[in-house]
Design a binder for this molecule. Structure first.
Ligand code: UDP
Length: 250
């Protein structure tokens, strides 16, 4: 397996991969055995990591940090690295479901509001016939619930685990629990976990994704801000990110 080229933005590693390469890597890691984690790094991740050491540790140990968001692609370019593709978490999740249906892997959908994981799984089975659902559960990212949720996931024996608790909770949850979800540390096939943020909401149709033309114009963030105005405080992270990234690459 070739290690992708990467760039460090404000202390966070971002890997230069295309969707196809990310899927190929996922397949190789699960076949190799053991527990592995992917993260979908966007500007909010990078800003959160500035003040959250635990989150920084998680992102330093993931097998792959895909560039999710044009902000990351832009910041990399300012550092002289041309990332070939923006890899959106929601799209990568679907590409991984396609792989799972081909390989007869079992997929567990954890997170979002009650009922949403079930709808997401149903959509994925419809789109990728043959996909085996290892389990679905909303749960919460709270520590007290962790052992019970981990037991539930372990019982489903998945090769893929998607967690929709939003960042950084989902990524920290995976970091703490992934190694506990396999019978042995190097069990084969292995397990790949990825935090997917609002992806279940988009796939289940609970939230609408920006139309293609807005995505192409790199304005998906603006669409989300208009539809979910209470996110404005979180979106100031985008502005802070732009300023910090600019200062870093001066
Ligand atoms: N969520 C959850 N439990 C929590 C907090 C969030 O299940 O305690 C879910 C929420 O329902 C949504 C997802 O986590 O499906 C996060 O969505 P958000 O849009 O905030 O994530 P982003 O894509 O911005 O990382």
């Amino acid at each position: 397996m070739t290690i992708p080229r990467s760039v460090t933005i404000l202390g966070v590693r971002v890997d230069d991969v295309t969707y196809d390469e990310a899927v190929t890597m996922a397949e190789a890691l699960v076949d190799r055995g053991g527990a592995h984690q992917f993260a979908t790094v966007n500007p909010e991740f990078i800003m959160a990591a500035q003040r959250d050491e635990d989150f920084r540790t998680v992102l330093a140990h993931t097998a792959l940090n895909v560039p999710d968001g044009v902000g990351v692609v832009w910041a990399a370019r300012r550092r002289g690295v041309w990332l070939r593709e923006r890899v959106a978490g929601v799209d990568l999740m679907q590409a991984l479901c396609a792989l799972a249906s081909r390989r007869r892997w079992r997929v567990f959908f954890l997170g979002a509001q009650p009922g949403v994981a079930e709808l997401t799984a149903a959509q994925m089975v419809m789109r990728y016939p043959g996909l085996t659902v290892a389990g679905t559960y909303a749960g919460t990212p709270q520590r007290e619930e962790e052992p019970a949720i981990a037991a539930r996931v372990r019982a489903g024996r998945p090769q893929l685990l998607f967690v929709a608790y939003g960042a950084p909770a989902q990524d920290k949850w995976l970091f703490r629990n992934l190694p506990l979800l396999l019978p042995t540390a190097d069990a084969r096939p292995g397990l790949l976990g990825m935090g997917v943020g609002g992806a279940f909401d988009f796939i289940a149709g609970v939230q609408k994704r920006a139309p293609q033309w807005l995505q192409r114009a790199h304005l998906e963030w603006l669409y989300r801000l208009i539809r979910q105005p209470w996110r404005w405080r979180r979106q100031t992270a985008l502005l802070r990110f732009a300023v910090s990234a600019m200062l870093e690459s001066r």
